[in-house]
Design a protein around this ligand. Structure first.
Ligand code: C5P
Length: 216
């Protein structure tokens, strides 16, 4: 059986894991899945037809209809969709449906970088590499504000910070698959680290693991 290579990246919103995942997927020529988009797709489908986000069976139906090949980042990246995603993400049945799709993606050769909240703990517990990318809530809020301002928008720092803290609480506090580092994850705190430095640190970890595997 050909071995597929899996890199699992977890962490809170705004820690820089998305950019890191993209850079690593490019560098190691692996497939890339931002699993947050799958939860966002469920929330978006419900918001579009005005369904309440606590309607579990509607959320399950929307989850079954998620097509990983058709996730539209431009549509799904809206802030309100992220908020709504964290609400439908608490339902274990919704998670199970999406996790199956994510695992099938991870199994496809040559392997993949997956980023999310529960990749190293639940989706791919046997991943070759697990990274937990974090940064202080203040730094994440500052980055988010800079991002909004760079595209000509305006926002209030205190509001963004409150939003981030609320999302952290929901993601870390839920009963099913809470956000937490896997026991064997490498921690990367990007509070005082540029994305390039995080990329280099991650590569060092991955290259070590690859060298060890080639020796075995
Ligand atoms: O990463 P992103 O902000 O796109 O994720 C949106 C929401 O989807 C998160 O706040 C979280 O509640 C949920 N999510 C999850 N498990 C994942 C990825 C995202 O519960 N693997």
């Amino acid at each position: 059986m050909t071995h597929v290579f899996t890199i699992a990246i977890d962490g809170p919103a705004g820690a820089g894991k998305g950019t890191l995942a993209r850079r690593l997927a490019d560098h190691y020529r692996l497939n890339l899945l931002d699993t947050g988009l799958t939860y966002r797709a469920v929330a978006h489908a419900m918001l579009q037809v005005g369904l309440p986000l606590d309607n579990v069976s509607a959320a399950e139906t929307a989850a079954r209809q998620v097509d990983l090949a058709k996730l539209d980042r431009a549509v799904l990246s809206a802030h309100a969709v992220g908020e709504a995603a964290s609400k439908v993400a608490v339902f274990p049945t919704v998670r199970r449906i999406l996790v199956e799709k994510q695992r099938a993606f991870a199994r496809t050769p040559p392997g993949a970088v997956l980023d999310g909240r529960d990749i190293g703990t639940v989706v791919c517990p046997d991943a070759d590499i697990k990274l937990y990318v974090t940064a202080s809530a203040e730094v994440r809020a500052r980055r988010r504000l800079a991002e909004i301002e760079s595209i000509g928008g305006t926002a209030d720092f205190a509001e963004i910070l409150a939003d981030i803290m609320r999302r952290d609480e929901r993601d870390m506090g839920r009963a099913d698959s809470p956000l937490k580092p896997a026991a064997d994850a490498h921690l990367l705190d990007t509070s005082e680290m540029a994305i390039e430095a995080a990329f280099l640190a991650a590569r060092a970890v991955i290259d070590d693991a690859l060298a060890m595997r080639n020796r075995a």
